[in-house]
Design a protein around this ligand. Structure first.
Ligand SMILES: C[S@@+](CC[C@H](N)C(=O)[O-])C[C@H]1O[C@@H](n2cnc3c(N)ncnc32)[C@H](O)[C@@H]1O
Length: 392
């Protein structure tokens, strides 16, 4: 069995509570890829157990700070805990969807499981999570209140390269024919679990969509960066008079219309396959107004180096959103860039308000849905910000 011994600096870092041990903080240590290893301080005192990576700069991801080696019962308890939390949140309706296991926050580093009705889509980003996949799946199935019909491995994210891992896209269990359908607060929508973004869908925005929909009744809604149009579809279901979804991805645009028809909302939903930045500028110039403007762009800052460019992007985008809002209109503005802090994001929104000359107040700044917990010792898990703004 491998073992990892920290440097003095590594021990100090460990004591701050962050669950990742970096390569430079390891004095000695070797193990096989993905192995569960004991971690010790420079004097040989046990610090817990973590999953080893032979390739990544993140050498160990801590699983427990207890000296005792995690066994089957330990992992079974982690899976039971993850499922129980979602049950408590009211998210285990077999027809619905939720993030069932949220990686480090659920105590399973690098392992994500999203549930779309009775289809589970797993996404592993580490050697450890790959190695434990089948074992964890067995325990997860035991913990679930119903049997999943299909299990898909969608481990195809680019972070796998840092771990020296190939992409995996495969059906692990069961069969799949036709789109996966999810029932979500009265809306039936399809998910492309093989080619869609993330595991097929942006589950982290589930609660924010319902909140935004409450602002939409009787109004005109612009859903920019719409993906499968779930903000817009919920707004239409809540009584919006007209919803325009802007999105550049062809498959997503097709799914918006398919979902609109599936729910009898096609007369109130319009889809335009455009570049949102250009389109919103053109709309503002021709004097279009939308009572609710939703902007949910992809991460503008994927690294610290991109923050300056991201600031320009967020300021420009929010300025256009404000231009499009009538007096008293609402803007729902999201950022999923971890490298842009909530405070920075609000500052960018302020700059946009000042350029547009509008009086903008913040009604609420929310985060990801509660099935995407933020592990307080791992700031990387606090990435999504969603500002509910009012414009005069
Ligand atoms: C964070 S996702 C949006 C998620 C969506 N609002 C939801 O609730 O599921 C960002 C989306 O913006 C789209 N996108 C990225 N750049 C774009 C652009 N310049 N114009 C239009 N769409 C864009 C991507 O294809 C992606 O679907």
């Amino acid at each position: 069995m491998g073992k990892v011994i920290l440097t003095g600096k590594g021990r100090r870092w460990y004591l701050r509570g962050h669950p990742w041990i970096y390569k430079d903080d390891v004095a000695t240590g070797d193990a096989t890829p993905g192995e569960l290893v004991p971690v010790e301080d420079p004097n040989g005192a046990p610090l817990g157990w973590g999953l080893f990576s032979s390739q990544s700069r993140i050498r160990v991801r801590m699983v427990t700070r207890e000296a005792e080696q995690p066994n089957r019962a330990f992992w079974a308890e982690r899976m039971q805990r993850a499922v129980a939390h979602r049950e408590q949140l009211g998210l285990m309706d077999p027809a619905g969807a939720c993030r069932l296991v949220a990686g480090d926050a659920d105590g399973v580093p690098g392992w994500i499981v999203d549930r779309y009705a009775k289809t589970l889509v797993i996404q592993s980003g580490t050697q450890g999570a790959d190695r434990m996949r089948d074992f964890l799946l067995g325990l997860l199935k035991e913990a679930m209140p119903f049997e999943p019909e299909t299990i898909i491995d969608r481990s195809d994210t680019s972070v796998r390269k840092l771990e020296g891992l190939e992409k995996i896209v495969e059906v692990v269990d069961g069969t799949i024919d036709g789109p996966v359908l999810v029932q979500d607060h009265g809306l039936l929508y399809e998910v492309d679990v093989f080619q869609g973004h993330k595991t097929g869908h942006y589950l982290d925005q589930s609660a924010n969509r319902l909140k935004a929909a409450k602002l939409a009744s009787g109004g005109r809604v612009l859903d920019a960066f719409a993906y499968d149009g779930l903000f817009g579809l919920h707004a239409a279901l809540a009584g919006a008079e007209q919803v325009t979804c802007l999105e550049q991805n062809r498959g997503a645009c097709e799914r918006i219309m398919a979902n609109a028809e599936r729910n009898g909302l096609q007369d109130r939903i319009k889809v335009e396959r455009v570049d949102c930045m250009k389109d919103m500028r053109a709309r503002a110039e021709r004097g279009d107004r939308h009572d609710v403007v939703i902007v949910d762009p992809p991460a503008f800052a994927r690294s610290k180096k991109e923050v300056a460019g991201a600031e320009r992007g967020y300021v420009e985008l929010n300025r256009r959103a404000f231009d499009l809002a009538p007096d008293g209109g609402a803007v729902v503005s999201a950022s999923c860039s971890y490298n842009v802090s909530p405070r920075d994001f609000v500052e960018y929104i302020g700059k946009a308000a000042s350029i547009s000359g509008r009086h903008v107040w913040m009604e609420e700044l929310t985060r990801a849905s509660s099935d995407h917990p933020h592990l307080v010792t791992l700031p990387e898990t606090d990435y999504l910000k969603c500002a509910f703004l009012r414009v005069h």
